[in-house]
Design a protein around this ligand. Sequence first.
Ligand SMILES: Cc1ncc(COP(=O)(O)O)c(C=O)c1O
Length: 416
Amino acid sequence: MTDNRLNQLDLDFVRSCFPTFEEPLAAKTAFFENAGGSYVAGAVLDRLMHFYRVNKVQPYGASEILSSAGNQMDAGRQGMADLLGIDTADLTLGASTTQNFNTLAFACEGFVTNHSEVIVTDQDHEANIGAWERLCERTGATLKVWTINQDTAELELETLSSLLTSNTAIVCMTHSSNIIGTINPVEKVIELCRANGTRVAIDGVSFAPHSWPDIPTLKPDAYCFSTYKTYATHMGVMFTSEDFRSLLTPQCHYFNRGYANKLLDGAGPDHASIAALAGLGEYFNASHQHHFGNNDLSLYEQAQQISALMHAHETDLCKRLLDGIADLPLHIVGRNHTEGREANIALTSSKLSSAEMSKYLATKDIAAGNGDFYALRLLEKAGIKDTDDGVLRVSFAHYNSTDDVDRVVDALKACH
Ligand SMILES: Cc1ncc(COP(=O)(O)O)c(C=O)c1O
């Protein structure tokens, strides 16, 4: 039974779970560079340190020091699978999402031919574009681009519908852009594509830190995100469905082909980082216990519930920022309200360059960077003239506070 004790996020509790806030530098900084990488939960750090201190060995084997290293890695892999509500066989742990998409694109040579079409968007981070472009160059398949509406910077379903043909092998798209933050209708895309016999690969890197992905409900063919943005070590998490994998060319050593979760493991990532992932499950579990009390829910159900609280908190903060800067000569790339978006705001100013805004914020100990954030094609399409200067990006995490937001609002007012 769930005993719903707190209906909003307890920020003091949350911050106490992140040792970084005890450091003087972080204590004085209002941190809004979260889309570039979040702070790390203490439970993850503890597991990482333990592995490096006690078990930094070739894992698995007869002796205790080897077997306990392997056990910790198994716990990390299982913990991530449990958080996502998926089978470990469907979980590839790679070094990063860029690497996972590259590996996946190579694996797609198993079914993408010179008659196929591959659709990418110009709203995506380059990680989910370039790999597919190179796949098309290698196979002779046709690359089609699902372009944004230039006025809104958003992707529209009608545009996708007009691109889909009986030859469309795969659609590769972001769940939520790392620039504009709008949540894309991936459920509808999957429905549309499934009816067309088309596969869907989703980049959840910018979505997962704000809303924990619900893969069992979504049922994508492939879903990727990076755990250094979800309070853990830098790993690339990639879900692939069993049915999709049956089409793919294995990218592992030939003798590992019998292991489903190794088929797309082209690199063998850092052992300690895998082991440390178990700490993320511990963080979600501790947070759920704190907010909802004792219960017998699965880790996946707990993650979904606690993520809803995190999301609501971030949305309140995001609204506070948008309201606070509404009268300033700033242009928000994407929606200027919180409906249907994640708390990731990209702005430009008619008075200052994005670099000047970022530097001014830094003088007030506010961390928010500027540039293209590897979504160069989006910036070009959205009409940002100087893409090096790019946008000022204010990206939130659930540990941000109203005080953090007020500091950004005050600083933006002061420099305009
Ligand atoms: C939306 C998005 N997709 C993909 C990536 C690439 O992730 P990784 O750094 O793990 O390769 C990033 C990284 O910033 C991102 O923001």
